[in-house]
Write a new protein. Structure first.
Length: 563
């Protein structure tokens, strides 16, 4: 916890852990303001946990969540009012402290000289010059003055962002590159299923973001507030402006925990877990180890989601553990899927159905989880089968693994880059934006009809890098993405069905069938997932080494018939 004082009785900090509240109390703080929405990060405790710790010590709290980079004047007014109402000293926190510092700056604009606000925030380590420009410009951030400029700006330092930065640098090292991301920690998210199955340790799936940024690439540790593609500008939290010649957008997607009523309040307790959160994957394994009898529910929301197979992977690994312990006969397993099929690529369904039968799991299609009562251990589903009226059903559980709904990040949805559904609008072959010629996108956030997996990003990064280099050199696009995605379906400990497919569900196996039949469970595929893919991710993909990922040459489109 790094506390920064911005005024008498007011401090800001990054994410606060429940265990740190006692230290605040000992330091004399009497109130806490949370400016970070629940569910924003993969390793983030909910406000309810911080609130409970604070109230147990007699401290007051206020929940004023602000979406990253989207502080409004009304938000600032609410923040200022909270400072008046809460007993001081007050600590306000968000992901990094920048949102809280921005809110304080805006809330004080009418009562303190701007020079005093800028000096206080600068001393605390926050640059609020952009806020000053916003205030001076009537509440609008001007983009004609840039705080920084680059040849290429990348939004997002996840798998896609770092991979494309490394691939671009491997092709041309004469371009200035800035990568924007507020997160201190980078996660190997494909490993969380294995953490939930007791195979990997959670700590092994995390590295510091700074250690992975390619040498020569500048890390801008901030959140994006808005895009101004007509002015080649990105506006950051704190109203700072970054200009670019070319832009790559790959911030991943948003986990919408709050779309399931009651979920956030009970995550991590009452038998409610999810491998989609770093700190909860170990809880999944704990529940599996402790369970001896009862009902275990595994849910899958409507598409799109990260790795469409992840919800059932959790079920298979849990069932296999129960089978090996001899307790499976006393456990009822239900897979509640909002969709109507077990897996979207039909070639892999027969092998999966064999395991459904082996584990005696019940398939409940068209069951969309909408609410959870953790203490009562009741899950509520909306059931909407074709040609039937929607109805609600309540199901009791002893354990429930939730795959949460997912969507594009809010700052993408409201941007000029988005399509009608909120995803970045790209040509599915070149991954170039359909309206802005100097913008590209890859990873989970763009709207090409492919599976949202790290394996997909591994193939997309070289395509984007090659096409940007061609653009820099005045040439047309040269590479194409064919929709490749991979989903290693962990059907039991030691065996995997390695689903590899492209656009339209066309199979795209990486290995000859005699070596690995991807439609059947395989120990070789398990070895690949457990032993080979993590080092390939850390040491190849994120370092621009394009093993089995060389971009395909762009195929010329057939000429249109003329009359």
């Amino acid at each position: 916890m790094d506390i920064k004082v911005v005024a008498k009785n007011v401090s800001v900090s990054g994410q606060l852990a429940p265990a740190e509240v006692a230290t605040l109390k000992e330091g004399g703080y009497r109130s806490i303001i949370c400016n970070r929405p629940d569910g924003e990060g993969a390793d983030q405790p909910n406000f309810e946990e911080v609130d409970a710790a604070a109230r147990a010590l007699g401290m007051e709290t206020r929940y004023l969540p602000i979406k990253s980079g989207m502080a409004t004047d009304a938000d600032a007014q609410a923040f200022g009012q909270a400072l008046l109402e809460l007993p001081g000293p007050v600590l306000a926190y968000c992901r990094s402290g920048a949102r809280s510092a921005t809110l304080w700056s805006l809330s004080q604009a009418g009562s303190r000289p701007m020079s005093e606000i800028l000096a206080a925030t600068k001393a605390a380590g926050y640059d609020m010059n952009g806020v000053a420009r916003r205030i001076a410009n009537g509440g609008v951030t001007p983009t004609d003055q840039a705080d920084a400029s680059y040849d290429v700006v990348i939004v997002g330092a996840g798998a896609a962002g770092i991979a494309v930065a490394a691939s671009l640098q491997a092709r041309r090292d004469d371009q200035s590159i800035g990568i924007i991301d507020p997160s201190d920690v980078h996660y190997y998210q494909p490993g969380w299923t294995m953490v939930g199955g007791g195979i990997f340790n959670a700590a092994d799936t995390a590295k510091t973001t700074g250690s992975l940024i390619p040498r020569g690439v500048e890390w801008i540790k901030a959140a994006v507030a808005a895009f101004e593609p007509d002015n080649n500008a990105v506006i950051l939290e704190g109203c700072r402006v970054v200009r670019y010649r070319r832009l790559i957008v790959c911030p991943g997607l948003k986990i919408d925990w709050d779309r399931i009523a009651g979920l956030e309040e009970t995550l991590g307790r009452n038998g409610v877990t999810s491998n989609y959160r770093y700190d909860l994957a170990p809880y999944t394994w704990r529940l599996v180890q402790e369970m001896k009898r009862g009902r275990a529910i595994f849910t899958q929301p409507t598409m799109p989601i990260k790795c469409a197979g992840a919800p059932q992977k959790a079920m298979y690994l849990s069932a296999d553990a129960w089978l090996k312990r001899g307790v499976l006969k006393d456990i009822e397993i239900r897979f509640c899927n909002a969709g109507g099929v077990l897996f979207g690529v039909k070639d892999y369904v027969p092998a999966l159905e064999e395991y459904i039968a082996k584990y005696n799991a019940q398939l409940d299609f068209f069951h969309n989880l909408v609410a959870i009562d953790g203490p009562a251990k009741i899950a509520t589903f909306e059931v909407k089968k074709p040609d039937e009226e929607m109805r609600q059903v309540q199901v009791e559980f002893d354990m429930i693994h939730v795959a949460p709904p997912q969507s594009a990040p809010d700052f993408i949805k409201v941007s000029p880059l988005a399509d009608a559904a909120g995803w970045v609008d790209v040509d599915q072959a070149t991954l170039r934006h359909t309206r802005y010629d100097n913008v590209w996108s890859l990873g989970d956030v763009m709207n090409a009809p492919n599976a949202k997996t790290a394996a997909a990003a591994r193939k997309q990064a070289p395509v984007v890098a090659a096409n940007i280099v061609a653009d820099i050199e005045g040439r047309s696009p040269v590479a194409q993405y064919d929709g490749y995605g991979s989903c290693p379906l962990t059907v039991e400990r030691g065996k995997i069905v390695l689903a590899e497919f492209g656009y339209g569900g066309a199979l795209q196996p990486s290995f000859p069938r005699l070596l690995l039949n991807s439609r059947k469970p395989s120990r070789m595929a398990w070895f690949l997932k457990e032993r080979m893919l993590p080092p390939i991710y850390w040491k190849a993909m994120l370092r621009g080494k394009e093993w089995l990922a060389k971009p395909k040459k762009l195929e010329a489109k057939p000429a249109k018939d003329t009359v």
